[in-house]
Design a protein. Sequence first.
Length: 161
Amino acid sequence: MTLVRQVLLGAGLLGALWLYHVVTTQRIALAEARADAATTAQRDLTGQLAAVRASEHIVTRYVDRVRVVQERGATLTKEIPVYVTAQADAACSVPVGFVRVHDAAAANELPGPAGTLDAQPSGVALSAVAGTVVDNYATCHAAIEQLKALQAWVRANQAAP
């Protein structure tokens, strides 16, 4: 073999070796990028899974608490005749002014100006007032539990990675 052929063969082998090195380096870099992407995706999915589990736990607690609030409200409503008897209904006249103020408060509005008719009986029984108050407080307590659950959910999702 001549010297020129040996140099060309050596140069060809060096070129092939260099090409192999470039291709292998690119493959390694691509594999590392995929591994980094997979690690990031795994971390994100782990965080999402933790958030979903926390959300499920919070929602379950919220539903349980609201059920308890509703059951207590229903029990109190059933007990109204025990605490506000027919004699109490007959003895207490709920004035029109009370009904107007209560309805305005429920609507988050101011009542109209007071008048002489506000002192007259409204025809609303005291037991009906008690029922309305029980229902309003039960609704209020359910909203409180909903707010607590929402706050817990926000805290859980802020803490998640």
